[in-house]
Design a binder for this molecule. Sequence first.
Ligand code: COI
Length: 356
Amino acid sequence: MKDFNIEITLCSTKKEKPSFDQLEFGRIFTDHMFVWNYTEGKGWHDPRITPYQPILLDPAATVFHYGQTVFEGLKAYLSKEEQILLFRPDQNMKRLNQSNDRLCMPKIDEELALSALKQLLLIDRDWIPAAEGTSLYIRPFMIATEPYLGVAPSSSYQFMIILSPVGSYYKEGINPVKIAVESEYVRAVRGGTGNAKTAGNYASSLKASEVASRKGYSQVLWLDGREMQYIEEVGSMNIFFKMNGEVVTPALNGSILEGITRKSIIELLRNWNIPVVERQVSIHEIQQAYHDGVLEEAFGTGTAAVISPIGEFLWKNEKMVINGGETGQLSKKLYDSLTGIQNGTEPDPFGWTIRV
Ligand code: COI
């Protein structure tokens, strides 16, 4: 593992820790953060771990005006033996650089970023919750900092990693969520930034989520931007259906996020010899499967959401209740196996988990 000299400034007083059995998602942050700057002509410089604090930016910084920014999401777990575990962090660093490329942002050295993350985790290790269903959510992100109002890639950037102890992403916990299928707005189009983890994708999703939430639905299911019929993803997760004994998930087409949990679930299913296919799947096919009684289960996958069973879809005016609104057997098995690998209570035959 490559290493580099990170300047470390520890906080003088540690924050009071929250009650780890009542954690929400993403509201509380640990004592420290990692910061690394990039300047054109100089490259990446001044890697440092500092007390968690607000950052000072010029009001003209590109990130505020044109959204030149990318982020990642991964989690650290504390094993029974009190070891810090990370789930496939190399994949996150790789995807971060794919997003950087799409947003004309400089690449980071993936190994050095991972080494910085490990050092940060060792410093803030007492923030990693151990209770079932909890973890330390890690948010690496990069922003464009040049003060310039012309529409052009910035000449300076700041990469940061912040940490947040979390419980479930959805208030439903691991109980099924209700999802509204979006028929007016779209999230992404072919050739757009749908497969990059960039802020604009999420900003443009807020309107539809707000409308869905008013109707009592947790999130929206996005359809493709051209024909408004092919299923893409849910706001914070990829989606899977079990129909007629076969698991189907939309194929990656450039506008869907290449989820690391999505990829891991496909690998797990293949390992269990459960048929799984990545292909185009339309909302009409799902509706037909529902009417034919062969839509057995649906679930979302994501770092924040883990495996989130879906109990109902609203499509136009029709409510499709899946598996009686209960968590399906396969969703439960996948949840147990994946979280078992992630928190070290199950063997990891794939070598996905790394110890810090
Ligand atoms: C994640 O699952 O880590 C994500 O980045 C989704 C986020 C929008 C909560």
